[in-house]
Design a protein around this ligand. Structure first.
Ligand SMILES: Nc1ncnc2c1ncn2[C@@H]1O[C@H](COP(=O)(O)OP(=O)(O)O)[C@@H](O)[C@H]1O
Ligand SMILES: [Mg+2]
Length: 226
């Protein structure tokens, strides 16, 4: 990974108006993956402040810096805050009421990650988030399949097909499978870089590192495109 190419600072929003799709999980784990090579700041603008709880449980162990901006007025300071970092990853609210907060973040974002679990009920809110909030702002974006169940053989293929063909939305080649390492993480305060790499955890770590790598590549391409 060539860190030079990521300068100037980039803002990545993790957005989906549906709750429970994995925004907080994706924010923390991808931030951890990228913190191996880059100076990463995580900003939480969700009034629920889930990452704050996670960060509290982590104590000093988080490999990236962290800031909470629960008030809409503060969200506009996002760029200023992220100035000293290569990358700012912003965890955003999932509720429809907090649309102004999400809009403010998207106004400033260079890229948006849209997590989507393989759940039919999540599809419409995801498509709406993209078509009503992300596309009108011309923010480059990609759906990230999350909570893929590796025991269901055709699930990944079916959902990739849905995104590519039926919905026609851009997606990450990588994806996150469903693992206890992720669901336990907020409680233990662990992120994948703090988790021992064992037979039980290796796949979860691999997933997050691959997606992180892919994101870094996409951000580098944005720079080339101007
Ligand atoms: N890849 C995953 N594997 C296992 N559990 C996951 C995964 N992604 C999310 N979860 C769990 O799903 C729930 C919702 O995820 P969360 O990140 O809080 O979503 P959001 O921030 O969009 O509301 C949480 O309990 C979280 O631990
Ligand atoms: Mg959340």
């Amino acid at each position: 990974m060539d860190t030079e190419r990521l300068v100037p600072a980039r803002i990545v929003a993790v957005a989906n108006q549906k709750g429970g799709v994995g925004k907080t999980t994706v924010t923390m784990q991808i931030a951890a993956a990228l913190s191996r090579r880059l100076r990463v700041l995580v900003v939480d603008v969700d009034p629920q402040q889930s990452t704050a709880w996670w960060a509290e449980n982590a104590g000093a162990a988080l490999p990236f810096d962290y800031a909470a901006l629960p008030a809409l007025a503060d969200v506009a300071r996002l760029s200023e805050l992220g100035d000293r970092y290569d990358l700012t990853i912003v965890d955003t609210p999932g509720s429809l009421e907090d649309v102004r907060t999400l809009e403010t973040v998207l106004d400033l974002a260079d890229f948006a990650i849209v997590p989507l679990p393989p759940e039919p009920l999540a599809v419409n809110p995801t498509v709406r988030t993209i078509s009503r909030l992300i596309e009108p702002r011309h923010v480059p974006h990609a759906v990230l399949l999350n909570r893929i169940d590796s025991r269901i053989s055709s699930q990944l293929r079916d959902w990739e097909h849905l995104l590519d063909t039926t919905l026609g939305v851009p997606r990450f080649a990588g994806y996150l499978r469903q693992y206890r390492v992720h669901s336990n993480a907020p409680l233990t305060g662990d992120v994948i870089t703090a988790t021992p790499d064992t037979r039980r955890t290796a796949a979860a770590i691999w997933d997050a590192m691959s997606v992180g790598f892919e994101l870094a590549g996409r951000l580098a391409q944005l720079r080339k495109a101007g």
